[in-house]
Design a protein around this ligand. Structure first.
Ligand SMILES: O=C(CO)COP(=O)(O)O
Length: 282
């Protein structure tokens, strides 16, 4: 059984309260969630991780150290060190107690698209960043998803297979066993138009099968999370799908209460049935 992960990507948003207060509020709500779940036999243990802007990593380390919450950065350099203005290396990130790094988020791919790099080249850069993360003992959360045009022209699997094949060529299929893949359809991000649970399941299942062609064990242990307009009301139905191992949450991770309700949804994935509606006990 794979342990679900719920990850909160703050992006470059300013929380309503200070970053430190939001971190403290999420930690407090997570403690409440744990105490409620400790009396529930069917609750599934989950991992929770937060991705504030890098300038708040010190706060994350101070507030979250010693707790069960983990944290990470929204990007990592493809290089070890050197004259790369504005970049942050994997070893520097590790120095802030980070456990994870996000790699290949579509909002970063957009920046490169302005430079007219094609997606194949971007996937190669993603693979170099992936290697940096692994070499520095960070768990990468590698994002991939199709644009609306790709979706409408039936290219979803092509887009996803291209990245998976590059990752496998880079580090071999066994290295994928310990990474997290995030399926984030670009059309669902920040749009309020989440993928249906069935669509998410079909894409996640395709990803697992693609990896299984190379290594069955990795395909069974790799965690594949879904991102794109996940909110408290739809989280559990998405997380109930067999191949969905949690979520990457944007906007809703800036509200401690909603974020923890989403986490609650992930703890219910043992017991929920299709059509299940998340009703947290508070
Ligand atoms: O991009 C996302 C997480 O990385 C998803 O963002 P939203 O949850 O705001 O749609």
């Amino acid at each position: 059984m794979r342990k679900p992960l719920v990850a909160g990507n703050w992006k470059m948003n300013n929380p309503t309260e200070s970053p430190r207060t939001l971190l403290q509020n999420i930690l407090h709500s997570a403690h409440m969630l744990d105490s409620i779940l400790s009396s529930s036999e069917n609750a599934l243990p989950i991992d929770i991780a937060l991705f504030p802007p890098s300038v708040y990593l010190r706060e994350a380390q101070e507030v979250l150290s010693g707790s069960r919450l983990q944290w990470g950065t929204q990007n990592v350099s493809a290089y070890d060190e050197g004259p790369y203005t504005g970049e942050i290396s994997a070893s520097m990130i590790k120095g802030f107690g980070c456990h994870y790094v996000l790699i290949g988020h579509s909002e970063r791919r957009c920046l490169y698209e302005k430079l007219e790099l094609d997606q194949y080249v971007l996937d190669q850069i993603v693979a170099e960043k992936y290697a940096q993360a692994i070499n520095n003992d960070l768990t990468p959360i590698i994002c991939i998803g199709e644009t609306e045009d790709d979706y409408e022209s039936g290219k979803t699997e092509e887009v996803i297979a291209r990245l998976l094949d590059i990752l496998i060529a880079h580090k071999g299929p066994k290295a994928l066993a310990n990474v997290v893949l995030a399926y984030e359809p670009v059309w669902a991000i920040g749009s309020g138009k989440s993928a249906t649970p069935e669509w998410a399941q079909s894409v996640h299942s395709f990803m697992r099968q693609r990896i299984a062609k190379h290594d069955q064990a990795s395909s069974e242990s790799v965690r594949i999370i879904y991102g794109g307009s996940v909110k408290a009301h739809n989280a559990a139905a998405i997380f109930c799908q067999a191949d969905v191992d949690g979520g990457l949450i944007g906007g809703a991770s800036l509200d401690a209460e909603e974020f923890i309700q989403i986490c609650f949804g992930a703890t219910q994935s043992y017991t929920c049935q299709p059509g299940y509606v998340n009703v947290p006990p508070w």
